[in-house]
Design a protein around this ligand. Structure first.
Ligand SMILES: Cc1ncc(COP(=O)(O)O)c(C=O)c1O
Ligand SMILES: N[C@@H](CCCC[NH3+])C(=O)O
Length: 398
């Protein structure tokens, strides 16, 4: 199964049972994506990890762990979720930015290797943990991604540019730190691997300047098609990356533990988000399909103008063009404009494809709208993997 597509009867049954809106995940798709990433490189030293920022539901994390992937973490909160899913500290690579001293201490005590995002962080880390091993996030100067907001290489707040990395030697010496890992991440969602591979080459070259480096992490960003684009060619990516690594290792006589950290690729396609049509109206020539999916439930369309395919679960044979919107107090609360759907009635359901990555994980209770529930489908059975937020949750402030 390429991605989860629910049939009308299935969607209606799930909404009857669990309420609306609802994130629904399919275990088979999730496991399949994990296996693809697990076998991307045929190197003994290959060590893929899942980037839990895409979705940190603990039941999904357990499946990902069973499939043999490690994880990265971006905050103490993610470490707690990952530990709850059974990951050991040394299976968690901690990679964040703008860390406070307290956060560094937390990561040092509860996670595996820590990737520092600036020279100043490396200096403070050295003061706290003299003689430790650590990694640095390199900004390769080039980036890729589906929107400027998620391109992280180049002129962005992330990492240390190669030319500035020279200064690290003094910091390493001052605190007897051992730089064992170089990390990079060009950005999120590429379907063409050119920039990712160019950046990998940059990191492989850079590593030669640092004799203690034994881990190279090329980051995530592996994309999935949202609107019928051609799939990322994983076999080609695997082959080309393997060639780059082999040629660098041959030249330098050094071997590295190789890591990547995809998030979206693993979870996006395993999920559909279901919602309900709550109103329909025409205003100034526009037909608005009002739903209970505000941007507190799915933020990506509003934040990045991202388009997710929408299914209208209707019995009508007729088509209509809608602006599909949510129930929040902002004019920008729009899921899609000019969307061709079968004629919908109030109470009909809609289903949004590829909702598994950066869907629930970016949700909120803005306007007092509750975060949705999450359900997992496994071998034809369904089970709740996160209960819907409640009114009690909204008022329990202290
Ligand atoms: C440092 C880092 N690693 C990994 C990821 C995962 O990216 P993606 O979900 O596109 O694979 C991100 C998010 O863009 C990130 O910031
Ligand atoms: N949240 C982004 C991608 C990840 C950004 C994290 N570096 C999206 O939905 O596309």
């Amino acid at each position: 199964m390429d991605r989860l597509i629910l049939k009308k009867e299935q969607a209606e049954e799930l909404i009857r049972k669990y309420g609306s809106p609802l994130y629904v995940y399919e275990e088979e798709v999730l496991r399949e994506r994990c296996r693809e990433v697990r076998t991307l490189l045929a190197l003994k030293t290959y060590h893929p990890q899942y980037s839990a920022k895409a979705n940190s539901n603990i039941e999904l994390l357990k499946i990902i762990r069973e499939e043999g992937l490690d994880v990265d973490a971006m905050s103490p909160g993610e470490v707690v979720q990952e530990r709850a899913a059974g990951f050991e500290a040394d299976q968690i690579m901690y990679c964040s930015g703008n860390m406070s001293e307290a956060e560094m201490r937390y990561a040092h005590d509860h996670a595996g290797i820590l990737i520092l995002d600036s020279l100043s962080q490396a200096d403070r880390y050295g003061t706290l943990f003299l003689g430790s091993e650590m990694g640095i996030r390199v900004n390769p100067g080039i980036g890729a991604g589906h929107d400027a907001k998620v391109i992280t290489g180049g002129k962005t707040k992330f990492g240390v540019l190669s030319e500035d990395l020279k200064e690290i030697s003094e910091i390493l010496q001052k605190h007897s730190l051992k730089l064992i890992a170089l990390h990079e991440h060009v950005g999120s969602l590429f379907l063409d691997d050119t920039v990712f591979l160019e950046a990998a080459e940059i990191l492989l070259k850079l590593a030669q300047q640092f004799p203690d480096v034994r881990i190279l992490d090329f980051g995530g960003g592996l994309g999935v098609p949202y609107n019928g684009e051609e799939r990322l060619d994983l076999n080609r990516l695997g082959r080309r990356l393997t060639d780059l690594i082999a040629s660098s290792e041959q030249k330098s006589g050094r071997t590295y533990e190789i890591r990547i950290e995809p998030g979206r690729y693993i979870v996006a396609e395993s999920s559909m988000l279901l919602g309900t049509v709550t109103d329909i109206k025409e205003s100034a020539g526009v037909k608005y399909l009002g739903t209970d999916i505000g941007f507190n439930v799915l933020l990506r369309p509003v934040l990045y103008h991202a388009h997710h395919r929408i299914h209208g679960y209707s019995d009508s044979e007729e088509q209509e063009t809608y602006t599909v919107c949510g129930n929040l107090c902002e004019s920008g609360d729009i899921l899609a404009e000019g969307e061709q759907l079968p004629c919908m009635r109030i109470g009909d359901l809609i289903g949004i494809e590829n909702a598994g990555a950066y869907g629930f994980s970016m949700s909120s209770d803005y306007n007092g709208r509750l975060r949705p529930a999450e359900v997992l489908l496994s071998d034809g059975t369904d089970r709740l993997i996160r209960k819907r937020e409640s009114m009690e949750d909204l008022v329990n402030q202290i």
